[in-house]
Design a protein around this ligand. Structure first.
Ligand SMILES: *Cc1c(COP(=O)(O)O)cnc(C)c1O
Length: 455
């Protein structure tokens, strides 16, 4: 039995898989908040290039990956798959546990899988500068790397608390050539408004998105880029699941359950959708479990409604599970999972019960992360420990039931730049977060009052 299952560069997928083509209920359209009409390309073209807008609305089952993109993918793809033999032994489980490791990319997570094609399509259309937001810094680093590959300027609005707490992420972005500003900043009206009310705010992803969009709207040659949530982002990540399927084929296996953490839904979609295709087309019965933090539980405690993607309300309204666009989650270390909504595609699939969701507290996640480090030797990103924790739950259930099920999870990033999180965990400074429905009520009421949710 092989410990790791490697593919050749020629095995890098040639197409991205578009799950929309196989969804029994197609996702509802995004709406223009002013008119209440479906948002058209003209609503999106000030901030995104046409190449990506076409992918955003495409119903084609597969979309070809440009050669220039595959060429850059070769730096880290195909990513390795491992059989978690040491973890299985420690758990004394009859289950087989496999994980796909995306931490081998230039920024240490799955994010470059979409950063590279996004910058490619911008370059094709003559864009000179790209703005974005970043929380913990994973997305900003990935976009900075991709912009360096195509010689485009990169401007990153980094949530203030992370800017102060994770200085090395900022230096990584600077090394790839990006300019990084703490958000809220005084460079935008959205930022200035927030600072006027609360000069000491720690910032949020929603505010940083507003700032980055505002900058893009002001300049013809500047566009905006988002690292999760949107259809085209989820599409690009499907290289993960396609490779994983081939790797499991070599191992003579097929997953009974696929597990991944969910912030906006891109890495979960990336590993799940190619297998979900086989459920929808061939009657396979794989389960798909998205794992969210108990402090930001949009899938398990949010409501399916139209809501904004950012706090200032610059984006179109999206039909999704949401905690309300003004919801500020507790300052947990898994920064990439602190987003108020889930992607339209994952939301619709959950509504249709084609995928499942579970919320886990951060102490269980760090405990799982430490066991994983000791057994498998990889220190996982705090986000990634959510996937590990659920994989362990599945393996323990298999033991109780005496079944030999096959578990596949996505190890979406390493935690080498997150060691302060582990330090806090060992020092006993982390606690579980008691989430109360009271916090939610007001935020959700504001969203229910939006026109499309009233009708
Ligand atoms: C960004 C990020 C996430 C969350 O984003 P998704 O779009 O849900 O994948 C999770 N893990 C890591 C390591 C990240 O960088």
């Amino acid at each position: 039995m092989a410990k790791k299952i490697q593919l050749n560069e020629s095995d890098i997928p040639t197409h991205w898989y578009n799950v929309i083509s196989d969804m029994p209920n197609k996702p509802q359209p995004p709406l223009n908040p002013e008119t209440g009409e479906p948002a058209g390309p003209e609503d999106l073209s000030p901030i995104f290039p046409m190449g990506l807008i076409e992918q955003e609305v495409s119903a084609e089952p597969k979309i070809e990956i440009p050669d220039e993109v595959r060429d850059i993918y070769r730096i880290w793809r195909p990513s390795p798959m491992y059989r978690a033999t040491q973890l299985e032994k420690a758990l004394d489980t009859p289950a087989k546990i496999y994980y796909k490791y995306e931490g081998v990319s230039p920024s240490g997570s799955h994010k470059p899988n979409t950063a590279v094609p996004q910058v490619y399509y911008n370059k094709q259309e003559g864009v000179k500068s790209i703005t974005t937001e970043t929380g913990a810094g994973q997305w900003g680093t990935a976009l900075a790397f991709a912009c360096a590959q195509f010689d485009i300027n990169c401007e990153v609005y980094m949530v203030r608390i992370s800017y102060d707490q994770k200085p090395y992420r900022k230096v990584m972005m600077n090394t790839f050539g990006a300019d990084v500003y703490p958000s809220p900043s005084d460079r935008t009206q959205a930022g200035r408004n927030v600072l006027a009310k609360d000069p000491d705010t720690s910032g949020s992803l929603g505010i940083a998105i507003s700032e980055a969009i505002e900058r893009a709207v002001q300049d013809e040659q500047t566009k905006y880029s988002l690292g999760s949530v949107l259809n085209h982002v989820l599409l690009h990540q499907t290289v993960i699941g396609q490779e994983a399927m081939k790797q499991l084929e070599y191992a003579g296996d097929y997953p009974d359950v696929v597990v991944a953490p969910l912030g906006g839904g891109s890495n979960f979609a990336g590993i799940s959708f190619p297998f979900l295709k086989n459920n929808l087309r061939e009657g396979k019965n794989t389960r798909f479990v998205a794992v969210e933090p108990a402090s930001c539980p949009k899938l398990t405690k949010g409501e399916f409604m139209y809501d904004f993607g950012d706090s200032a309300g610059y984006t179109p309204l999206l039909p999704m599970y949401t905690l309300g666009h003004n919801f500020t989650p507790a300052a947990i270390h898994a920064g990439g999972l602190r987003y108020h909504g889930a992607s339209v595609l994952c939301s619709q699939l959950l509504k249709d019960e084609l995928i499942e969701a579970v919320a886990i507290q951060q102490l269980e996640c760090f405990e799982a992360g430490v066991l994983f480090a000791k057994t498998e030797g990889i220190i996982a990103a705090p986000e990634a420990t959510h996937g590990i924790a659920q994989a362990i739950r599945e393996a323990e259930r298999a033991k109780e039931e005496g079944t030999e099920k096959t578990i596949l999870f996505n190890l979406c990033g390493h935690g080498f730049v997150d060691m302060s999180a582990y330090e806090d965990y060992f020092a006993g400074k982390l606690s579980d977060h008691s989430f109360t429905d009271e916090q939610l009520k007001q935020n959700l009421q504001e969203v229910r009052d939006l026109a499309p949710n009233r009708g």
